[in-house]
Design a binder for this molecule. Structure first.
Ligand SMILES: [Zn+2]
Length: 271
C-alpha cells in the first residue's frame, strides 16, 4: 500500500510556508537583514568597563570553559550580574512612576518606531549642562515635519565621545557623587511637550540620563515614565543615524517587573 506523504510531500517545509504566508515584497525584512550596511548597532558592549550610574554595582561576568583539545569537546558558559541601569539600557515606566508597567509590560509595538534624531551638539559644545529645549523641537519640526506618531525621540549630544572616560562622561572628578554630575539632557518643557502634544513611543539619549547631570528631582524621568513611556540611556553611535528617516528597534531583556533592562538597539537606515 502506498504510504501517504507527510505534509509538503517532499517539498521542503520552508517553501510550503512561503507559499502559504507569502513573502514580503522587495524592500521588506529580507532586504533589511541582508543589506547589513543599513543596520546600525546603537548598543555598547557589556563588560567590566561598562559605565553604571553612581553607586550602582559594576557589571560582572564569571566565565568558565573547557575542552578545545583533540579528545575533549569545546564548551564555554558564564553568569552575569548587572544593575538594570547599566550601560545601554531602557528605563521602564515604573522606574519613576508608581503603578506604571515594568519592563516586561511595555507593549512590543512600542519597542520600534521612527527615529527622530535631534542634533544639539553645537549647543552642548558651549554648555555641558545644556537641556534640549522646545525651540530645538520646533526647529526640527520646521525642517522635517511634525514628529510622527510612535516616534522614538533621540537627543544627540555627541557625548558618546566620552564613553571610555568615566570622569568625562559623568562630567565630574567625583563621578560616584551624584550631586556633582554635569552632562546634557532633556528639559522639563520639552518632555512635557512630547508626552502631551505628540504621540511618541519613548525618548533616548547618548548620555547617562535623560535628565541633565545636575538634576536632583529627575523631572524628565517623572514626566516620561508617568506617561507610560520609556527612556533609553547610554545610546551608542547616534552620529550614524540621519536626523529623520531611520527606524529604531529597541528590545530590552524581559525581566518581570524590572525597573529597566539592558537593551539591544538597532537603527535601520532609510534606502
Ligand atoms: Zn536608567
Amino acid at each position: 500500500m502506498r504510504q501517504r506523504l507527510p505534509v509538503g510531500g517532499g517539498i521542503p517545509l520552508i517553501f510550503l510556508l512561503w507559499g502559504l504566508v507569502g513573502l514580503p515584497a522587495v524592500g521588506g525584512w529580507q532586504e533589511i537583514v541582508h543589506a547589513a550596511s543599513r543596520l546600525v548597532d546603537l548598543t555598547y558592549s557589556f563588560d567590566e568597563t561598562t559605565l553604571v550610574w553612581p553607586r550602582n554595582p559594576p557589571f560582572h561576568r564569571d566565565g568558565s570553559q573547557r575542552g578545545g583539545t583533540a579528545d575533549e569537546a569545546w564548551y564555554t558558559t558564564g553568569q552575569v550580574a548587572l544593575s538594570e541601569h547599566a550601560g545601554t539600557h531602557m528605563d521602564a515606566p515604573i522606574h519613576f512612576a508608581q503603578g506604571q508597567v515594568g519592563i516586561d509590560g511595555i507593549p512590543v509595538e512600542q519597542l520600534m518606531g521612527p527615529a527622530v534624531v535631534i542634533d544639539v551638539r553645537a549647543s552642548v559644545s558651549k554648555e555641558r549642562d545644556y537641556r534640549l529645549s522646545l525651540t530645538d523641537l520646533h526647529r526640527w519640526e520646521a525642517q522635517y515635519g511634525v514628529i510622527p506618531n510612535g516616534a522614538v525621540v533621540l537627543m544627540f549630544t555627541g557625548w558618546g565621545a566620552h564613553w571610555q572616560h568615566r570622569e568625562q562622561y559623568f562630567g565630574s572628578t567625583t563621578p560616584d557623587v551624584p550631586t556633582t554630575l554635569h552632562f546634557p539632557g532633556f528639559s522639563e518643557e520639552a518632555a512635557r511637550f512630547l508626552v502631551t502634544e505628540r504621540h511618541i513611543a519613548g525618548i533616548g539619549i547618548d548620555t547617562p540620563s535623560i535628565d541633565y547631570g545636575p538634576s536632583q528631582d529627575f523631572v524628565v524621568h517623572r514626566i516620561v515614565n508617568g506617561a507610560g513611556l520609556y527612556g533609553l540611556e547610554n545610546v551608542a553611535r547616534l552620529d550614524e543615524l540621519p536626523s529623520y528617516g531611520a527606524t529604531l528597534i529597541a528590545l530590552p531583556m524581559k525581566i518581570t517587573g524590572g525597573s529597566g533592562a539592558p537593551v539591544r538597539i538597532l537603527g535601520i537606515l532609510p534606502e
